[in-house]
Ligand binder design. Structure first.
Ligand SMILES: O=C[C@H](O)[C@H](O)[C@H](O)COP(=O)(O)O
Length: 240
C-alpha cells in the first residue's frame, strides 16, 4: 500500500463523522481532496450537506462534484471540518499550510464544532518542526517582517532559515487572500504555544500554520492500520 492508499483510508474513516443535514468545512491538500471525492459520491447518492471550502482549489473540486457550497457569511457556525495536516503530534497539535491555505483553513476550523484531521502516518511526529512552519504575511514590508519573525522566534527558543515561498514562475507565491508565505525551518519546536504567541505579535504576520487546541480527532492511516486519536481537552459540543 502507498501513502495515497493510506490517505484514502483516513478519508473513508472521516466519512463516518458526517451526518445528513450537516454544514461542513472542506480542507485543502491531497488528503482532504480524497475526502472531498468520497463526499461527492455520497452527495450523488442522496446525502444532503452544505460545504464551505478552505481554498479556491477545493471550491473548484467540490463544485465539479456537485457538492452544494456556501460561505461562512451564510453559515458562520459549521458542524464539522475535515482537513489534512503537514504534521500532527500526540496532543493533536498541527503544522498546516504546506499547500498555502492555512488562513482560510484556520478560520473555517475555528468556526466548526468539530475538527477531524486525516493523514497518513508519515505526518505523525513526536515533536513539531521537521516540516518548515508556514506563516502567511502581508506583502508590505516583507524584509522588516522577516527580521522581526527571526527575532521573535529566537526569543522563544527557535531559529533557522526563514524563506519566502516561491510560486511556479519563481515570483513570490500568492495565497488565495493575496498574501505571501514565509516557510520557517526552525527544526524542533519545543514550545509551540510560546512560539505561536510570539509570532502573533509581528504586525505583518496574518496567521501561523500552528494549529493548537483546534483538532478534536486525528485519523492516521499507515502500515499498522488506522489509528483514531481524540484530543483530551476537546471542547466538542455533543449537543449541537
Ligand atoms: O495548506 C494546505 C493544508 O494545510 C494541507 O492540509 C496540508 O498541507 C496537508 O496537505 P497534504 O494532504 O497534501 O499533505
Amino acid at each position: 500500500m502507498s501513502s495515497d492508499d493510506w490517505k484514502r483510508q483516513a478519508a473513508e474513516q472521516a466519512l463516518s463523522f458526517v451526518e445528513d443535514g450537516m454544514k461542513l468545512g472542506l480542507g485543502t491538500g491531497s488528503t482532504a481532496a480524497k475526502f472531498v471525492d468520497l463526499l461527492g459520491a455520497k452527495v450523488k447518492s442522496g446525502l444532503k450537506v452544505v460545504c464551505v471550502p478552505t481554498s479556491e482549489a477545493t471550491r473548484a473540486q467540490a463544485a465539479a462534484l456537485g457538492i452544494p457550497l456556501g460561505t461562512l457569511d451564510q453559515h458562520p457556525a459549521l458542524d464539522l471540518t475535515v482537513d489534512g495536516a503537514d504534521e500532527i503530534d500526540e496532543e493533536l497539535r498541527l503544522i498546516k499550510g504546506g499547500g498555502g491555505a492555512l488562513l482560510r483553513e484556520k478560520i473555517v476550523a475555528v468556526a466548526s464544532n468539530r475538527v477531524v484531521i486525516i493523514a497518513d502516518s508519515s505526518k505523525r511526529v513526536d515533536v513539531l518542526g521537521r516540516f518548515p512552519l508556514p506563516l502567511e504575511v502581508v506583502p508590505f514590508g516583507l524584509a522588516a517582517t522577516q527580521r522581526l519573525i527571526f527575532q521573535m522566534a529566537a526569543d522563544s527558543g527557535c531559529d533557522g532559515e526563514i524563506k519566502l515561498r516561491a510560486g511556479a514562475d519563481g515570483t513570490p507565491y500568492l495565497t488565495d487572500n493575496g498574501n505571501h508565505i514565509f516557510d520557517c525551518s526552525f527544526g524542533t519546536i519545543d514550545d509551540p504555544e510560546a512560539l505561536d504567541d510570539a509570532l502573533k505579535l509581528v504586525p505583518g504576520v496574518v496567521e501561523s500554520g500552528l494549529f493548537l487546541g483546534i483538532a478534536d480527532v486525528g485519523i492516521i492511516a499507515g502500515p499498522m492500520g488506522v489509528e483514531v486519536l481524540s484530543a483530551v481537552d476537546s471542547d466538542f459540543d455533543e449537543e449541537s
